[in-house]
Write a protein that binds this ligand. Sequence first.
Ligand SMILES: Cc1cc2nc3c(=O)[nH]c(=O)nc-3n(C[C@H](O)[C@H](O)[C@H](O)COP(=O)(O)OP(=O)(O)OC[C@H]3O[C@@H](n4cnc5c(N)ncnc54)[C@H](O)[C@@H]3O)c2cc1C
Length: 445
Amino acid sequence: MKLRDIAIGANASMYYRMDFKKIRGVYYPKTEADVLAAIAFARENGYDVTPKGGGSGLSGACTGGDIDRIMMSSLQMTEMLAISKDMGYVDVQPGLTPDEINAVLEPMGMKLHVAPSSRDIATVGGILSTDGGGNDTWVNGTMRDNTIKVKMVTYDGRRLTVSHEGVKSDDSELEAELNNKGMTINDIASSHGTLGFITELKLFIRPLVNETLAGSLVEFPDYDALGQAVDEIIKRKSPIRYGETIVTAHPDVREGFNPPLLILQYPEGYDSELSEFVDVKKLDKEELKRMKDVRLKLPKRNPKKGVQFALFEGYGFHEESLRKMQSALDEIDALLQSHDLVPFAKYGHAPSKWYLGDNTAAYGIILHSREIRPEGKTGTELLQILLDIVERCESLGVTPKPEHKWPFDDKTKSARLSELRKIIGQGFNSFILDETCNGVLSSMV
Ligand SMILES: Cc1cc2nc3c(=O)[nH]c(=O)nc-3n(C[C@H](O)[C@H](O)[C@H](O)COP(=O)(O)OP(=O)(O)OC[C@H]3O[C@@H](n4cnc5c(N)ncnc54)[C@H](O)[C@@H]3O)c2cc1C
């Protein structure tokens, strides 16, 4: 175990070369009063505050960059404060994971329907701050859709309760000013810890669904056919309960399957409507399990020569870029190859849902991407390639990093966060909104 893991917890991103001297304190609060005390220490000394949950975020935000800062972990804020089965909510501290919450709810026949693959380590405070979700966002929405309200503490130690309707605060002037700006949960979602520390969340819970599902495999001749089929599923609001795609896979890890393909689960009987627009091959239980397993194992496998890595985690294809996936993907692959990156695998959630920087909901395919790592590239070069991909995605109408939306590269979101920070204080995760952010991150690869 490395020193950083002991002192400030794990960090799953590729940004880990930190200047430890600039970490001026590490806090593990248990209560709101502990949080207030830690923030007061930071404020009095002019330090920034970096909130941290499970450290599973991939954008580097929970590292805090390279400024004098305190790290404030939520990992000891793990109490379930209230459960109402009748009214469908649970009140929790921010450091609990969805798995921990569901371990209590499921015996009661209830569930929090937020399921990122990292649900055993990612905390609900961190998931809202990145607006995460799993392969069921098409059905259950992202974290913001499952959050009723949050309590948080700002840099100057004021308290806010933010819901979908607006803000409440013990400071009535602040409350009026923020409501004037129309602040809601949409602003907290994907704010990457730049607004304050979340101390409590009220989350929607719903009964566990008991239905019989059938599974199918659909193969496509090309990417356009795949994109158009998912577009049709979206238009029809098809009752797809599980939808995953394998778009490309290196020949070394093909295992006899034939991408692009979709693996789907839906209520028994829905295949008659599905076969109106795609060629459905029904899967029995064993075959379905095998296909899900193949998909799950893709990011864990390597080609015979070289190793795969994730330079760029997510692409969101929607509307035109979904219907014309072939040309968008060809351009992205050409860009990768021009930088000596060999495409290894592309797979992801289809259909899926995410939000754009202006809070419009987008529906389409979220793809994760793996490449074979080029030799001899420096951190600065790798980050520059990543920024080139972000730029190319934007010109292609593809949302870059839909699950971990970088506020620092989403101009609408970062302008909004900067505007709100002028009112509520600017001492949280400041490097993210600074124009030097990309330079800072490249020095940490
Ligand atoms: C193997 C793996 C699989 C993954 N799969 C998915 C997936 O399927 N779907 C998906 O959406 N994501 C996925 N992720 C990404 C990741 O799990 C999410 O980004 C997660 O939501 C972050 O939660 P965390 O608790 O780890 O937060 P951290 O990584 O610790 O922090 C993330 C951000 O939230 C802020 N933050 C954390 N806690 C608080 C708080 N209490 N108050 C204010 N700000 C806070 C931090 O400052 C930082 O900006 C995956 C990651 C890994 C490593």
